[in-house]
Design a protein around this ligand. Sequence first.
Ligand code: ACO
Ligand code: ZN
Length: 274
Amino acid sequence: MKNISLIEIGAHRVVPWYFSPYPEEYTKLPVLYLCEFCLLYVKSKTCLKRHRVKCGLFYPPGNEIYRKGEISFFEIDGRKNRTYCHNLCLVAKLFLDHKTLYYDTDPFLFYVMTVRDEYGMHLVGYFSKEKESVENYNVACILTMPQHQRKGYGKLLIEFSYELSKIEEKTGSPEKPLSDLGLLSYRSFWSQMIVEVLKTTDPSVHLSIEEVAKHTAFTVEDVMHTLTTNNIIRYFKGGYVFCLSQDLLDAHEKSMKKQRNRIDGDKIQWVPVD
Ligand code: ACO
Ligand code: ZN
């Protein structure tokens, strides 16, 4: 049962998709107002104005670990910034239905992506990641705020998650189950990156599936799945070969053109904690 009719966050009004466990007294309002920087929720515009004077934040808490152009990423520890992370989970739940969000934020790190303008660093999306994942998941939950969706930010978030895995010298995969939109985005990203690797590798070099996995930080299963669903891996003269059809190359060219923004791994200032 949806319990919030509308939220106002920064310059945007957004209609929630799903239920989120905001306290009872904040539900059934015509509009729930959110401070776009600390994500505190209040009942009226006047309360928000009063709060903004006290709040003073113009960017998320935590450490800025990446900046390129107007895009930044902040790493926020779910234990050190419990209130912020809890508020972030509450917003995220408005647009995520398929999984239980963990309201105990302590075991997670949150990677918040912002876009900077003269007023501040505005939340565009985030992903959370378990500090220790037994299953080797590199993303727990991922979200692009609806007002920013379908502009390539989802793929940027995904790319960033794999860049962190590369620094950790691990392969990783998102936590299951994936939502329909999550699956679409990941499939599109995996194909785009794998075609890129194959296209830029000298054809005389023998490339194994494990090497593709190592190069991309995708798990062998995700590489294998992408290769088979795109009909890239084929049986030929008693062995397996990679084959990129013209259609696939054309589609690849198109999506690379669309994806203007890319993560520059060298700009990530981050070391994994042991
Ligand atoms: N309809 C059709 N295709 C879509 C749609 C849509 N509404 N949204 C995204 N896609 C596909 C497109 O194919 C696009 O690839 P393309 O460039 O080849 O066209 C690809 O997904 C990625 O698009 P982006 O613009 O980079 O992604 P976006 O910023 O919209 O974010 C995300 C994608 C994060 C999944 C977003 O839709 C979202 O936040 N959804 C709600 C929360 C959610 O479902 N999160 C994933 C849950 S799974 C998990 O957390 C592990
Ligand atoms: Zn605030």
